[in-house]
Design a protein around this ligand. Sequence first.
Ligand SMILES: NC(=O)c1ccc[n+]([C@@H]2O[C@H](COP(=O)([O-])OP(=O)(O)OC[C@H]3O[C@@H](n4cnc5c(N)ncnc54)[C@H](OP(=O)(O)O)[C@@H]3O)[C@@H](O)[C@H]2O)c1
Length: 164
Amino acid sequence: MISLIAAYGKKREIGLNNNLLWHIPADLKNFVKYTKGKPIIVGRKTFESFKSPLPGREHLVLTTNEDYKYEHEQVKIFNSVQDIMSYVEEKSFPEVVVCGGAKIYDLFFPFCDLLYLSEIEWSGEADTYFTNYDLAGFEVAEQKVYEETEKTPKWTFKIYKKHS
Ligand SMILES: NC(=O)c1ccc[n+]([C@@H]2O[C@H](COP(=O)([O-])OP(=O)(O)OC[C@H]3O[C@@H](n4cnc5c(N)ncnc54)[C@H](OP(=O)(O)O)[C@@H]3O)[C@@H](O)[C@H]2O)c1
């Protein structure tokens, strides 16, 4: 199964200067909860935005650069969506999570059956946006509202499942 995890603002903002836009500890906790122990698919830019590979997750990194190298047992480099899909099918992973960025979400959304989405009540400068996908084929399986605090905006976490 392929799933997708993303956090986006009111105008669907997801990033600026290859960084995230907010620091919401409970959302990061959710990110860890839903990705740890699973392979993750990331674009080269998102991968490079991490200080180092995220522990306990195999990183499947997509780049057009055939010479791109990253020596780490938890990192595998791919040059096409098809190569990633073949690898995922060959390994029969129970779940693989698409972790962005924008380009990678667009490429893999058609394969996703499960979406972990954080809708953040925040708006501001950004240079990367989450596409307004048609979710007609999905239903909300879980939803939790997190109220605004002194340090964090209000946000809603939703899990969408594709209709069977
Ligand atoms: N809020 C969130 O949930 C969230 C999640 C993830 C990321 N982000 C943010 O999003 C931003 C990064 O996203 P992004 O959209 O700019 O970049 P990205 O999707 O992470 O990476 C784009 C790169 O992926 C590679 N790529 C794209 N399509 C490809 C294809 N068809 N075949 C082979 N390689 C391909 C290319 O790498 P090469 O240039 O090496 O060829 C391309 O430059 C950052 O600000 C990050 O913090 C936010």
